[in-house]
Write a protein that binds this ligand. Sequence first.
Ligand code: ADP
Length: 243
Amino acid sequence: MGMKSDLKLIKNGKRLDGRKPDELRPITIKAGVLDNANGSAYLEWGGNKVIAGVYGPRECLPRHRSSPYKAYLTYRYNMAPFSVDDRKRPGPDRRSTEISKISAEALERVIEVEKFPNTMINVFVEVLQADAGTRCAALTAAAVAAADAGLPMRDLIVSCAAGKIDDTVVLDLGKKEDNFGQADVPIAILPHSEEIVLLQMDGDLTKEEFKEAIDMSVKAAKQIYELQKKALTERFKKGGGKE
Ligand code: ADP
């Protein structure tokens, strides 16, 4: 964000990849892709490729983390070394720790953790290929994986970003737009109640632009939610469940 450049990000109303300002990159979601997790999902979003696996509720370890009131929910966002153009140093770093923390907090709002006291639920998301917007792709996939695991949920979660490039508010920033743009605002919302459970912002926006960005993401979330539902319906049409 904010790197100075003469690169024009919008020409004749079109973005570098030909999208209109309020257009999402193509998204595909498949639920139930892993045999050894209780729930899973694979998601492609533009150049992003992520896979999510969910375990639990299961015995809570370490035991001191267990609560008599709710399941202990963990979320691990991890970028594969080959997910970016320069090999990424394997293992957690400040960025992945932060993304994991806020994503866990968002998921805790929809998974009915209070139904499973003294247990833990573990969500793992591996970013196989990164092209900006991976935290949104990861959380959107994790919500599908949680539903695929059969966990009781109040709602699904959809995550999406909007931002500003060339003084224009746009949806779903691509890599160059993220690098050379003026703002990026990832959010996560519950599609039914439209409650916002995650909000971050990089760069600067006027109050009006901020509102426009949120409205754009909320509208896009409805589209993404349809894809999540479709992935889950297809999964359960095929007989669903684990043998
Ligand atoms: P998000 O992926 O959620 O947009 P950031 O804004 O932090 O998160 O990152 C934007 C993009 O920058 C990522 O999607 C990825 O393509 C790239 N990126 C992030 N971390 C690294 C890294 N350690 N090495 C190379 N590229 C990275």
